[in-house]
Design a protein around this ligand. Structure first.
Ligand code: SF4
Length: 172
C-alpha cells in the first residue's frame, strides 16, 4: 500500500504493507476485559487510574462484555470451579484476541497449591503473555502491554498459534 499526501512537506510518500498497517492500527486500540478475582485486580485498578494511566497506550476502554473486548487480562486466583466461566468468557471473545495472565496466581496458582486452585490459567485457555509477581507492579503490566503492542506492530502473532491448544475443558 502506498500513500502520498501533497500537503506533507516535500510530498513525502509513505510505503507500507497491509499487514503492517493493520498491526499499527491494532496496537493502539486494544479493548481489554478484566477477569479479576483477587488482589491482583486491585493492582490493575491503579494501572487504569491517573497515576499509571493506561490510556497513554490506547488501552483504556475497559469492556465488561467479552464480545466487545480483544484483550483478556486475568488477574487473581482462579479456582477449578471458576474454570468453565473463564473458558466461556474466552470463547465469547472474537478473533483476533490476546490473553495476559497477571500475577503468580493466574500464572501458576501462586502459593495456593491445593485441590481447589487452578495451577495456572493455561490449563484452560491459551496465554500470550505472563506477568510474574505477587502482585506485579503496575509497571510490569504496562510492560506486558507494550510488549504486546510491539508484537502486534511487527506481526509476530500468528492467528493460528493456538489451533492445537487443548485445555482441561476442551472436548469434555
Ligand atoms: S498473585 Fe498475589 S497479589 Fe495476585 S492474586 Fe495471587 S496472592 Fe493476590
Amino acid at each position: 500500500m502506498e500513500l502520498s499526501n501533497p500537503s506533507l512537506p516535500n510530498n513525502i510518500a509513505i510505503t507500507t504493507k497491509l499487514d503492517e498497517a493493520i498491526g499499527w492500527a491494532r496496537e493502539s486500540s486494544l479493548w481489554p476485559m478484566i477477569f479479576g478475582t483477587a488482589c491482583c485486580a486491585i493492582e490493575f485498578m491503579s494501572v487504569a487510574a491517573s497515576k499509571y494511566d493506561i490510556s497513554r497506550f490506547g488501552a483504556e476502554v475497559v469492556r465488561f462484555s467479552p464480545r466487545q473486548a480483544d484483550l483478556l487480562i486475568v488477574s487473581g486466583t482462579v479456582t477449578y470451579k471458576q474454570g468453565p466461566i473463564l473458558k466461556q468468557i474466552y470463547d465469547q471473545m472474537s478473533e483476533p484476541k490476546w490473553v495476559i495472565s497477571m500475577g503468580a496466581c493466574a500464572c501458576s496458582g501462586g502459593f495456593y497449591d491445593n485441590y481447589t486452585t487452578m495451577q495456572g490459567i493455561d490449563q484452560i485457555i491459551p496465554v500470550d503473555l505472563y506477568v510474574g509477581g505477587c502482585p506485579p507492579r503496575p509497571e510490569a503490566l504496562l510492560d506486558a502491554l507494550l510488549t504486546l503492542q510491539k508484537d502486534l506492530r511487527t506481526n509476530k502473532y500468528n492467528p493460528n498459534r493456538h489451533e492445537n491448544f487443548k485445555g482441561l475443558l476442551d472436548n469434555v
